[in-house]
Ligand binder design. Structure first.
Ligand SMILES: *Cc1c(COP(=O)(O)O)cnc(C)c1O
Length: 360
């Protein structure tokens, strides 16, 4: 079976974990600090704060940017639920804007939704494809809005030669299926010293000094065990990303010969790191569920990310959301992700392409 996702844990990670276990410091300690410094350097920012997940990264990033009850945050409905739930955790309201052909929030859809309540824009770099950061940063500047980037699928992706997560305050996940892992884990990146200081307080019970509590914080601390895995994974990340890009280009080359399949776009000024390789079915002979079953019968894993847009989820319908967002709704009914991770081999790619040729 060619799996849709597969973490790559080697002996380096195992030995690093063993050393942390032997050191006796297993909660947040020197390894977390080292991981933060190395990750900040990789992204190209001054500061990074390690946390327990991508979800908690988004939560405290929004709080550190000052998002509070009564605020609106404009975001994409075509994402994993955590992107907009983090806005709800702050007592603020997600406002959904439709997406473009890159599957990311379309700047042209944002401006008409800006009101005096709007405090921030939360773009997601979905599938590892950077959002249109030029358009988004121009709007933010023009209207005095904060930007929090959900880069949970985009470690190492670039826009105009700049890594995502460095345009403003960035959030990353290290869940096992992501481009790099720490088991569970997350990171916030920023150049802003004030945001950095608030992130530190929010992560650990609002404590500037032990047992002095200045603000309402949380326990979102990463362990040194997780950080030790992260340091080794970060060393391998560029190799992983290059393998993903190579596999994606081979898939696109093969699938370009198959009728009624739309392959993912690569833009000249953006580096797509293919967290997912996602095609769209445009009148394909088989329906999507039938195609998934046929691929599965041939030993090929596939997955729909995401079958229900956020504004159509029960939670959001119950909150009163009634949006109609045409491209989001169209694309979520057509997309299918295929295996692209670093363990996928050239012969796996051939097998996938061959399956489509037989099924078209
Ligand atoms: C994975 C993911 C998250 C959440 O990260 P966790 O580590 O699972 O909490 C948030 N946003 C997006 C787009 C993701 O893919």
């Amino acid at each position: 079976m060619i799996q849709i996702a597969k973490p790559l844990i080697g002996k380096e990670e195992k030995e690093a974990v063993q050393r942390v276990m032997d050191s006796g410091i297993i909660a947040q300690g020197p390894k977390v600090k080292e991981f933060e410094e190395k990750f900040a350097e990789y992204i190209g920012v001054k500061h990074a704060v390690a946390v327990t997940s991508g979800t908690t990264a988004l939560h405290i990033a929004l709080l550190a940017e000052g998002i509070s009850p009564g605020d609106d945050v404009i975001t994409t409905p075509f994402t994993f639920i955590a992107s907009s739930n983090a806005i709800l955790y702050c007592g603020a309201r997600p406002v959904f804007a439709d997406i473009g052909e890159d599957y990311n929030i379309d700047p042209a859809e944002i401006e008409g939704r800006i009101t005096p309540r709007t405090k921030a824009i939360l773009p997601v770099h979905l599938y590892g494809q950077p959002a249109d950061m030029k358009g988004i940063m121009e709007l933010a500047e023009k209207h005095g809005l904060k930007v929090v980037e959900d880069a949970c699928q985009a470690h190492g992706a670039e826009y105009d030669g700049k890594r995502v997560g460095s345009f403003s305050t960035g959030c990353f996940s290290f869940y096992p299926t992501k481009n790099m892992t720490t088991s569970e884990g997350g990171m916030v990146t920023t150049d802003d010293k004030g945001v950095y200081e608030r992130l530190n307080l929010l992560r650990s019970h609002g404590m500037p000094v032990r047992y002095h509590h200045d603000i309402l914080g949380f326990n979102f601390r990463m362990t040194d065990i997780a950080a030790a895995i992260g340091i080794e994974q970060l060393r391998k990340l560029e190799g992983f990303n290059e393998a993903r890009i190579r596999n994606a280009r081979l898939l696109s080359k093969g699938l370009s010969q198959v009728k009624c399949i739309i392959t993912p776009k690569e833009y000249k000024n953006r580096r797509h790191v293919f967290h997912q390789y996602t095609i769209r079915l445009d009148g394909f002979r088989l329906g999507r569920d039938e195609l998934i079953k046929n691929l599965n019968d041939r030993g090929i894993g596939s997955m729909i990310y995401y079958p229900i847009p956020v504004h159509k989820q029960k939670l959001y319908l119950d909150l009163g959301y009634k949006d109609t967002l045409p491209l989001t709704e169209k694309y979520s009914s057509e997309v299918l992700s295929l295996p692209v991770h670093p363990s996928v081999t050239e012969s796996d790619v051939e097998k996938i392409v061959q399956a489509f040729k037989e099924l078209e």
